[in-house]
Write a protein that binds this ligand. Sequence first.
Ligand code: C5P
Ligand code: C5P
Ligand code: ZN
Length: 470
Amino acid sequence: MQGSSGDLKRMGRDLAVAADALRDADTVRIVTHIDADGISAGAIADMTLERMGKSHTIGFEKKITDDVVASINSSEEDVVWVCDLGSGYLSEFDRSGLIITDHHVPDPRRRGSQTVLDGFGTVHHINPHCYGIDGSYEVCGAGMTYLLSKEVDPSNVDLAYLAVIGAVGDFQDSNHQRLVGLNRTILGDAVTNGDVIVEEDLRYFGRDTRPINQYLQYSSEPSIPGVSDNPKGCMEFLDILGILMKDGGRWRVWTGLTQEERERAIDRISELLGPELSERAFGEMYRVTRYESGTGLGDSKEFATVLNSCGRYDDAETGLRVCRGDIAALKVAEENRAEHRKHISSALSYIRENHLLRERRFIQWFDAGSGVRETVVGIVAGMLLSSDDCRRNIPIIAFADSDDGVKVSARANRDLVDRGLDLSSVMKTAAEIVGGFGGGHTVAAGATIPPDRKDEFLDIVEDLVSSQIE
Ligand code: C5P
Ligand code: C5P
Ligand code: ZN
């Protein structure tokens, strides 16, 4: 079954009550996450409140810390609307007038929705896990935020495409090669409104903007034998099929090939992959109709990367402006994307050249120190996990220095989750034992821990992982 229906009726009732709370508020503060999903969620909340004529502010956070909790608890606004964050730390909030539209695994100390705080007020906690819906692939933070936006006013359906970008940005389309569950309903809204076109295609990253040889070279998960990670192999592949890499002086891109050229390439790639891997390489891709392909915003995966290039480098505001359709922000976003590309590529080389990747029995790990930004180390870990450098059948744990200790990012393949792995609980439990904090999703999670406890932390993580998947 592709996604469960969960308790949608109860969620609908909770959304209606939360929408009333927004209507009753004069002032609202939005707090959202810095990644693609968080920025999309923030943009949806921002435009929803603007359309309601509400006085509001928006701020971006890397994570929920004690300071963020304190600031939310003491905010003077009538309502604080927390998007794509907050569920993991629910028991720490003590204010009334709190709306959370998130999809992270909720705080086990308080898993409910619409919790009444000791006769003090109501927390509107709208999280898929409260309704039997999986938050790691059925709906994202932007999706939950969109559902509330649509509850406030059905004409907000023109914001659905932003929730599609959030879902793709969180890799929610990766295990079925398409969006499923509530994401599929939201995708339906975006398609009906004319904002998204569903296309069957190869699902590798960069189909609109990566030069064709690089598009093939960086293909992964699944890798194409003789082509992925093999620049010479890519050139030969194109040469044999009679596909020119350049058109005049300009590099050609995957979606810029003729229909016939693409078909020839697809036939050959399918042959090289074999039937089983081909299943994973092809699937749905989502085109954002309002942008030309050359902008890097025409493909939803590339759009999400543009947002990550902003938010993960302290410039979430530019991402927000892009989501709001501010054309002037595109140039800055383009510069951010070039920087992001450089940082990722140097981070991967740094880890490879210094042989930082270490293997244990149940996990593999690397410590990037100050060589990789803490906000990007999770992306790098995910890329390594899907490359030939790594063992795919065990999780990867990554460390990077951060201002308040060591940032940890953990990623695993879904097969392990199917066998019982839950990285969210692993990160939360192990971090708390060593005096830190963490959480996230079953397949992707993170933590912050004290710098001198890394070895101990790894021992605990390994014990927890082995006990979960045995
Ligand atoms: O905080 P949030 O839920 O938005 O972030 C989820 C993170 O996990 C995203 O950065 C996403 O890219 C990452 N992820 C991943 N691999 C998956 C699922 C999610 O790297 N299979
Ligand atoms: O930072 P990274 O991309 O590795 O985060 C993976 C997931 O773990 C995200 O959903 C993030 O919100 C979550 N996380 C968390 N608590 C932390 C660090 C990360 O819930 N301390
Ligand atoms: Zn998210």
